[in-house]
Design a protein around this ligand. Structure first.
Ligand code: PEP
Length: 250
């Protein structure tokens, strides 16, 4: 059983959510399917006779490290939990790059998630310059060690090399870079070893970076890959369904 989590980023509308609910309702899969729409859609569970299917878990894309108070624009873990969401992404590379989020901050957010019974998906991943300079393993190792809080509770880790997100478009403006099976396998075993060392053997490790229907089966078959975090291919219902089904390799 794999975990396939869609991350809509700053995309989405009521119409898109309705289409997704209708499409996922018909999907039979052994995978755990998660959808992380923007905050404004988190508690929308039915529209025009279409219900959120029971086998679709809703998650948020971020939470505050604070419980509440004078933090204009921020959303707490408690608010997200009250919306009915069960998962939350923390430390996505776009939060780290665009909002200066450090691994220490990400760990604080993960603590708030756990305290509010949200499953944190803790993202780590090196950028293109770090990969090219040969420091990818050092960077990711440090991110894993510092972003995971020292609390005895289940978490999920997502390895997302920044240079492979949107096929490299974010970093280079071109859509021409994807990770090879070997790139993914090497980093996932490296992360799995660190997780073992810190007493978290068996933690699920998702891969993210241009996963879609045409490559999901191959990526899911790589050792230590327990699922996928899916950006672009989660936006259109038919693409997300194709990814969920292709990933159902068991
Ligand atoms: C992401 O940013 O989480 C992601 C994996 O995006 P994409 O699938 O579009 O590369």
């Amino acid at each position: 059983m794999k975990i396939i989590a869609g991350n809509w980023k700053m995309n989405g509308s009521l119409a898109m959510l309705r289409d997704m609910y209708a499409a996922i309702a018909d999907v039979k899969t052994n995978n755990i399917v998660v959808l992380c729409p923007p905050f404004t859609l988190l508690n929308v569970r039915h529209m025009d006779g279409v219900e959120c299917p029971k086998h679709l878990i809703i998650g948020a894309q971020d939470i505050s490290e604070h419980d509440g108070g004078t933090f204009t624009g921020d959303i707490s873990a408690k608010m997200v939990a009250e919306s009915g969401a069960k998962y939350v992404i923390v430390g996505h590379s776009e939060r780290r790059a665009n909002h200066g989020e450090t691994s220490e901050l990400v760990a604080k957010k993960a603590v708030k998630a756990i305290e509010n019974k949200l499953m944190p998906i803790i993202c780590v991943g090196e950028n293109a310059a770090q990969r090219e300079s040969g420091s990818a393993f050092d960077v990711v190792g440090e991110m894993v060690r510092k972003s995971i809080p020292n609390i005895d509770s289940e978490i999920i880790v997502a390895y997302e090399p920044v240079w492979a997100i949107s096929a490299g478009k974010i970093e280079t403006g071109k859509n021409d870079r994807t990770a090879t099976t070997r790139d993914i396998a090497e980093m996932h075993v490296f992360i799995a070893d660190i997780l073992k060392e810190i007493g978290r053997a068996g933690t699920k490790i998702l891969y993210g970076g241009s996963v879609k229907g045409s490559n999901a089966a191959e990526i899911m078959a790589i050792p230590n890959v327990d699922g996928a975090l899916v950006g672009g291919a989660s936006l259109k219902a038919s693409d997300f369904v194709a990814t969920v089904l292709a990933a159902d390799i068991n």
